[in-house]
Design a binder for this molecule. Structure first.
Ligand code: NDP
Length: 312
């Protein structure tokens, strides 16, 4: 078992945690990133990132996150590629983090940047064709589907927003919803906007059973519960899964306040409900969910931590 005391404990090794680490380490604060295992967050499961400023010709997601980590290491950030199991303490007594490697880390302040995980349908074919036509991020991957026919799964606001956004690129977008028009989850305005778009075709009472194709998407096998029948949508070349995200906050229960969906409640952007505990990235932000916004929020949290430590 290993014990250490740090100025800042950053929980999470994605863009928000790593950006925060660059700033706190560069401000000469002894920083430990408990970076998760596997580490790197959602960027590690994407291919090309074309919208992170500074990379004229784009950059692979895993390379971008690995560059951020090397940049933090340059300023002597410490890393533990371990998962946090438990956190306790206060700003007065100090914070204590326990990990799945059996280590205990102590810190004067904490930035929680553990991100969120996109929910998937749970099909073998979906996982096999991820980044080969199957995606959970329209902003990230929509561009690769110019003039193609694609499908979005989900009946919430995110699915409506993604489908509408994807019509900029795709020639046709199916929206596959397991509920009926009357019981679908999206807000009235988002639903109406999508329904008025001539490129979007809604398909209700329908679930995806299999994504067809070997190394790219060549159609979908679907089940319609009204007709009690399976069929194949053979013109589909891409599938966007928009059935919600789950924030990685289970270990925070009882430590700081979470909202109904498990996202961290924050005040003044980066402050959690506990003094000395700050928050950055998708773990508190269900709205923007971009690498650049996560990085920006990581920067903001680190500046607030630097100020907090100077004042305390
Ligand atoms: P939601 O939880 O609101 O919706 C998820 C949707 O996916 C539901 O239609 C759900 O169906 C469906 N779904 C879940 N699991 C499956 C499955 N296995 N197979 C098929 N369908 C499934 O998540 P969102 O990500 O859409 O939104 C999250 C939050 O973010 C919401 O509060 C939303 O309002 C907000 N948001 C706001 C936006 C805006 O205002 N611009 C944009 C995007 C999101 P069912 O109803 O049957 O469970």
């Amino acid at each position: 078992m290993q014990e250490s005391i740090f100025d800042v404990l950053i929980l999470g090794g994605g863009p928000s945690g790593l950006t925060a680490a660059i700033y706190t380490s560069r401000a000469m604060l002894n920083t430990l990133v408990v970076a998760g295992n596997p580490t790197g967050g959602q960027l590690t499961t994407t291919t090309e990132v074309e919208n992170f400023p500074g990379f004229t010709h784009g950059i692979q997601g895993p390379e971008l996150v690995s560059n951020m980590r090397m940049q933090a290491e340059r300023f002597n950030t410490n890393f533990a590629d371990e998962n946090v199991l438990k956190i306790s303490g206060t700003a007065k007594t100090g914070f204590v983090v326990e990990t799945d490697a059996g280590n205990i880390y102590k810190g004067r302040s904490v930035i929680v940047a553990t991100g969120a995980t996109a929910k998937w349908l749970g099909l073998e074919s979906e996982q096999r064709l991820k980044s080969k036509g199957v995606s959970a991020c329209a902003t990230c991957d929509g561009f690769f589907f110019k003039n193609k026919v694609i499908a979005v799964v989900g009946g919430g606001d995110a699915a409506m927003e993604e489908a509408t956004f994807l019509t900029k690129f795709a020639s046709k977008v199916y929206v596959l919803i397991r509920n009926t028009e009357a019981t679908m989850k999206a807000s009235k305005i988002m639903k109406q906007r999508a329904m008025e778009n001539s490129k979007i075709q809604f398909v209700f009472s329908t679930e995806v059973k299999e994504v067809l194709g070997v190394d790219h998407v060549e159609g979908l096998k679907v089940f319609n519960s009204d007709k009690n029948a399976e069929s194949v949508l053979s013109d589909i070349q891409g599938l966007f899964v928009a059935i919600g995200h789950e924030p990685n906050t289970k270990f925070l229960n009882g430590f700081i306040d979470l909202d109904q969906k498990g996202y961290i409640k924050s005040n003044d952007i980066t402050h959690s409900t506990k003094d000395g505990v700050f928050v950055a990235g998708d773990v508190a932000d269900y709205r923007y969910r971009q690498a650049i916004t996560a990085s920006g929020l990581g920067c903001m949290a680190s500046l607030d931590v630097i100020k907090f430590l100077a004042e305390n």
